[in-house]
Design a protein around this ligand. Structure first.
Ligand SMILES: N[C@@H](CCC(=O)N[C@@H](CS)C(=O)NCC(=O)O)C(=O)O
Length: 198
């Protein structure tokens, strides 16, 4: 499970032919000269399409959405709905992930003990819950983030599964939980999960 999972779920939904290359993060697979030539940040995910490398999971989801998703009814055509999809993808990758990473760095072995700060961890957890409350409220009168199911749902679902894995309490978010269950029934979701655990 890593940020690359998001791209894997997106590709599974789109069902476009592609070569997937597994990178061993613990063995320094993102720091080799070959990898750094594709992504100088030394992080997954990165995709190469028509000879161009694209990194940052949010940019990848949006790029794959506009390139392959519109004709498959998985990404809105240009216009306000497209803007909404981009809004949720960017928000997930920037605002929500920032709070979660801050929480993890202050409360888990993501950081050495001497760098952790319990109060900063508490504040970060409050920020994570504020984000989850926003999505839960948004889902009060709709089944998906933007009209019918889109790659914005794929992107956010991958992150919320990571949050659940991190033991963040989802009990207060009835609508978010119902949305998560709806998304999890998609065949592509099951295929991606099987691929991830293979
Ligand atoms: N903002 C980036 C974050 C990517 C990221 O942090 N990837 C981590 C895995 S979750 C990574 O590749 N870490 C390898 C390393 O730092 O060596 C994105 O959304 O794509």
């Amino acid at each position: 499970m890593s940020t690359a999972s998001i791209t894997m779920f997106v590709l599974e939904e789109l069902d476009v032919p592609c070569e997937r290359i597994r990178v061993d993060l613990r063995a320094g697979g993102t720091k080799t000269p070959e990898f750094l030539a594709l992504n100088p940040n030394g992080k997954v995910p990165v995709i190469v399409h028509e000879g161009t490398s694209i990194w940052e999971s949010a940019a990848i989801t949006m790029y794959l959405g506009e390139t392959f998703g519109v004709e498959r009814n998985l990404y809105p055509a240009p216009g306000p709905s497209r803007g909404e999809a981009m809004k949720w993808i960017a928000w997930s990758a920037a605002t929500l992930v920032e709070a979660v990473v801050r929480y993890a760095r202050n409360t888990t072995d993501w950081s050495p003990k001497e760098q952790r700060n319990a109060l900063a961890g508490e504040a970060a957890l409050a920020d994570v819950h504020a984000c989850l409350k926003i999505v839960d409220h948004h889902l009060r009168d709709r089944d998906y983030l933007v009209g019918a199911y889109t790659l914005a749902d794929t992107h956010l679902q991958s992150l919320t599964e990571w949050l659940q894995h991190m033991q963040i309490d989802f009990k207060p978010y009835e609508r978010l939980n119902a949305w998560g269950q709806r998304v999890a029934t998609r065949p592509a979701h099951a295929r991606a999960q099987a691929r991830e655990s293979a």
